[in-house]
Design a protein around this ligand. Structure first.
Ligand SMILES: [Cu+2]
Length: 333
C-alpha cells in the first residue's frame, strides 16, 4: 500500500478508461491533480518516497503526477469520462461541470448546474468503454428553482448532451431525495433479460393452486391453509367458513395470470405483517392471526382491472371450538 499525495481534502478518485490516469477530486484544491499509473509504478520501483505515514510510504508528488487541470472551478468532487478523450468533473462549490482534455489537461467547456452538484454520471462513464452521449448532474440543493413545498426543498438532476464540443442542457427536473449517484446503461442490455411473467407450469410451490379447481381450505390442528387463486377479477375461494379465533391462517395466493404487468395483491383486515403483491404465475404466502369473532373482508391491493375494486372475498371467524365446519366455495364451472 502506498499513498499518492493529492491536494487538498481529496473527495472522489476516478480512473480514466485507459487505466493510466488517476484523477483526484481535491475538494479544496485550486487545480485537479491527475496522477499517472505508470509513473506511480516506476516511483514505487525507484522508491521515490517523500516520507511515510503509519508505516505506509508516501510517493513523491512530482514523481507520480501526469499533470494538473488549471482553473477548473472550485470544489472538484467526481470525474467521469466520455471515451472520446475528455473528462467531466463536478464542481461542488461553483456549481458547474467542467469538461477537460485527458491529452493536455486544458479546460474545454464549463456548464452551470442548479445547484451544488455532487456526483455526475455518464452512461458507462466509470468503465473502460463509456457510451459518452449524455451526462447527468446530481444536484444537492435547488433553493429558488422549484415551488417551495415544505421545510426541505427538493433536490434536482439535470441531463446534458455531450456529443458536441459544448455541453447542452436537455432536461432539468426535481427529484425526491438527494440523487447521490447513478449508473446508466443502454436499455438493450436489460430488455431481453427481464422477467415478464413466471411460468405457471414451473411453479413448484407446495401450496400453489395451479387452477381454481385445486384451490381450497384445509385444517391441521390450529393451523389453516388457504390455497387461493387470483385472476381478473376474482379470488377463488372468495367465501370461507370455519376459521376459529386463535387459528394460524396461512393464505397461499397463486396469481393465475400469464400476462405481463398483471400482478394481484392480497390483504385482509387485521393483518399486521404488511400485505402480498403476487406476480403472474407466482405463489406467495402470508400469515393471518384472527383474534376476534367476525366477518373479515379480503381484497386485491393492486390495481389489476376495471373490476379491481370488486375483487374481494370474506372469511367468517367463529369462536374457538365452534361447530362451524371448514368450508370454502368452489368454482361453479
Ligand atoms: Cu387483482
Amino acid at each position: 500500500v502506498y499513498y499518492l499525495p493529492t491536494p487538498k481534502s481529496p473527495h472522489g478518485v476516478d480512473v480514466d478508461p485507459s487505466g493510466e490516469l488517476i484523477v483526484g477530486g481535491g475538494k479544496l484544491a485550486s487545480v485537479i491533480p491527475v496522477h499517472s499509473f505508470s509513473k506511480m509504478i516506476k516511483a514505487i520501483e525507484d522508491k521515490a518516497f517523500e516520507g511515510e505515514v503509519e508505516g505506509v510510504p508516501v510517493l513523491k508528488y512530482e514523481a507520480i503526477v501526469a499533470g494538473e487541470v488549471a482553473d477548473p472551478g472550485l470544489g472538484p468532487l467526481h470525474t467521469e469520462f466520455d471515451g472520446q478523450g475528455n473528462a467531466y468533473t463536478s464542481m461542488f462549490l461553483t456549481s458547474e461541470i467542467t469538461k477537460w482534455s485527458l491529452t493536455d489537461f486544458t479546460v474545454i467547456d464549463k456548464v452551470p448546474t442548479y445547484y451544488s452538484i455532487g456526483h455526475l454520471s455518464i452512461p458507462g462513464g466509470d468503465t473502460r468503454k463509456p457510451w459518452g452521449k449524455y451526462v447527468i448532474a446530481l444536484n444537492k440543493i435547488t433553493k429558488d428553482r422549484y415551488l417551495p413545498t415544505g421545510p426541505e426543498l427538493t433536490q434536482s438532476a439535470q441531463l446534458y448532451d455531450i456529443t458536441g464540443e459544448k455541453m447542452q442542457l436537455l432536461l432539468d427536473f426535481p427529484t425526491i431525495g438527494e440523487p447521490h449517484y447513478a449508473q446508466i446503461i443502454p436499455a438493450s442490455m436489460l430488455v431481453d433479460k427481464q422477467i415478464r411473467t413466471y411460468d405457471l407450469a414451473e411453479n413448484k410451490d407446495p401450496y400453489a393452486a395451479l387452477s381454481e379447481a385445486t384451490s381450497g381450505v384445509t385444517r391441521n390442528g390450529r393451523v389453516v391453509h388457504v390455497k387461493l387463486t387470483s385472476i381478473r377479477s376474482h379470488f377463488m375461494p372468495d367465501n370461507i367458513e370455519g376459521v376459529q379465533v386463535g387459528d394460524s391462517v396461512y393464505f397461499h395466493v397463486t396469481n393465475l395470470e400469464q400476462d405481463w404487468d398483471v400482478p394481484h395483491g392480497f390483504a385482509i383486515t387485521g393483518l399486521n405483517n404488511s400485505e402480498l403483491l403476487v406476480m403472474p404465475g407466482e405463489t406467495r404466502t402470508i400469515l393471518w392471526l384472527p383474534d376476534r369473532v367476525g366477518v373479515y373482508p379480503f381484497y386485491c391491493t393492486d390495481f389489476c382491472s376495471a373490476l379491481h375494486q370488486e375483487m374481494s372475498g370474506w372469511v367468517r371467524v367463529s369462536p374457538r371450538g365452534s361447530s362451524v365446519a371448514m368450508w370454502a366455495n368452489k368454482p361453479t364451472k
